[in-house]
Write a protein that binds this ligand. Structure first.
Ligand SMILES: Nc1ncnc2c1ncn2[C@@H]1O[C@H](COP(=O)(O)OP(=O)(O)OP(=O)(O)O)[C@@H](O)[C@H]1O
Length: 239
């Protein structure tokens, strides 16, 4: 279903920050991308999506990336997003429709109904006319998930979506991501909190510049791989 072949990224042209990473996942899944600070997790996503120069390729449902761009959604790390941009929650979600519109095509009533239905799903309807700058981190993250919903993306990348957000938002987001997975979508999440790995992910990718291990969480999130990824001290502390 998802096949990633030999991704390689170097920012300075000398050392690889992501070093020949390949993996495949053959079922719709919630996939955690795990690794220590600076392991190249965010860079791997950007490299897979060709948002930065990279070597290697990604195939989804047998198609190369360039043939299925409209189906891909990418939610950046919060720190990389301009919160102060003056748009409302509704307008922000509507941006997910743009890949499907013709040039200069205006949004119809039906489009706005789609936007409101997505906001309903992430329990943000009552905030629909607020400026995005007035939201909490968790509420904003829910709005960004609603945007992927209207886009009808089937391959979704989220970079640290749970950092600094409230427990209610985290639960709402996890519930909706699980429903995406149950509908046949693939969701890849860069994630920090090792305590929730078993609970959150069907599959994991463990990396530190190079791929350390990948596969179903139960078999892959084991002490030898944790030590291989994070070092002996953390490996022994977690298990
Ligand atoms: N635009 C950039 N230019 C140069 N080096 C970069 C750039 N972005 C990231 N790096 C470097 O690449 C390496 C991998 O960074 P990346 O952000 O992908 O790691 P990460 O695993 O996502 O880290 P974290 O968990 O701390 O967010 C780091 O050494 C980082 O300093």
């Amino acid at each position: 279903m998802l096949e990633v072949k030999d991704i390689e990224v170097s920012y300075d042209g000398i050392t690889n920050v992501v070093d020949h990473v390949s993996f495949s996942i053959d079922r719709p899944a919630l996939v955690g991308i795990l690794g220590p600070n600076g392991a190249g997790k965010s860079t791997l996503i950007k490299g897979m999506l060709k948002l930065i120069p990279s070597k290697g390729e990604l195939f989804f449902r047998g198609q190369p990336l360039k043939k299925m761009q409209k189906e891909v959604a990418y939610v950046e790390q919060k720190s990389a997003i301009d919160y102060t941009f003056p748009i409302t929650v509704r307008e922000c979600v509507s941006l997910g429709l743009y890949p499907k519109l013709r040039l200069m095509q205006k949004l119809t009533k039906k489009h706005w109904q789609q936007v409101d239905a997505a906001l309903e799903k992430v329990k943000m309807v009552e905030y629909k006319n607020r400026q995005i700058g007035e939201l909490s981190g968790g509420q904003f993250q829910r709005v960004l998930i609603a945007r992927t919903l209207v886009q009808e993306a089937s391959l979704i990348f989220l970079d640290e979506p749970f950092v600094g957000i409230d427990a209610t938002s985290e639960k709402i987001i996890m519930d909706i991501l699980r429903s995406f997975r149950d509908e046949g979508k693939m969701i890849m999440i860069v994630h920090h909190d090792l305590g929730k790995v078993d609970h959150y992910f069907d599959e994991i990718i463990m990396m530190d510049k190079k791929l350390i291990a990948y596969g179903p969480t139960k078999e892959t999130f084991v002490q030898s791989n944790i030590i291989g990824t994070y070092g002996a001290a953390l490996g022994l502390g977690v298990l």
